[in-house]
Design a protein around this ligand. Structure first.
Ligand code: SME
Length: 204
């Protein structure tokens, strides 16, 4: 099957639970156990989710386009730190990662006292945040004024022993929609499974 066909959604799929189960299995098939680079895997994941949602709008966004943006923000501490004398706080950021959609904020501040927005909240609170109306969300960062609702799911690397204290948040998966109230608990459950699959499939 050509890789692009991974984002086709069969007409037999009619609800969110089926949609997310289908998208999970398409992603699982795309991921190659011999290729564990996060740039590659998160790039295809954002494309798969975005393009699958575009062709499955019925149950999302009150009939509007189901997705306006889909992508990743990653903890800057995953990357080599600048050697140009930048302050430590300047490097405490979520950096824009692979995505599909229009250009977006290149980083989100996570320095103490400066963090705000849905992505930073999902990152620090280590939980999925569903925002039914972004205008009513304190601190929301509007990368695109047309976005009306949003869901942010953390990428959590479990500790090797399975114990809680050592686990680490690598970044977040962020989806935006043009309609209010597009996302709910079914999207949360679907995205959390996808996030766990991606964390396991990459070297960090
Ligand atoms: N709205 C996000 C910023 C990222 S964009 O939506 C792509 C936030 O409040 O963190």
């Amino acid at each position: 099957m050509p890789h692009a066909d991974s984002a086709l959604v069969p007409e037999t799929i009619t609800n969110k639970a089926e949609f997310w189960a289908h998208t999970y299995s398409q992603l699982d098939a795309l991921l190659d156990p011999d290729q564990r680079n996060w740039v590659t895997n998160l790039s295809n994941a954002s494309s798969l989710i975005y393009n699958s949602l575009l062709v499955f709008p019925t149950h999302f966004g009150n009939g509007q386009r189901a997705v306006n943006w889909c992508g990743f923000y990653l903890d800057s501490h995953l990357f080599p730190q600048p050697s140009n004398g930048s302050s430590k706080s300047a490097s405490s950021r979520l950096l824009l990662g692979p995505f599909n959609g229009k250009p977006a904020c290149q980083y989100i501040n996570t320095a103490p006292g400066k963090a705000r927005g849905v992505c930073a909240d999902g990152f620090f609170q280590r939980r999925t945040i569903v925002v039914s109306d972004v205008e009513a969300y304190p601190g929301h960062i509007a990368c695109d004024g047309e976005t009306k609702s949003e869901i942010v799911c953390p990428l959590i690397l479990p500790s090797p022993s399975g114990g809680d204290p050592a686990h680490r948040v690598l970044g977040v998966l962020d989806l935006d929609c043009l309609a209010v109230e597009a996302f709910d608990d079914e999207d949360k459950a679907g995205l959390e499974k996808i996030a766990a699959l991606l964390v396991k499939a990459c070297d960090w």
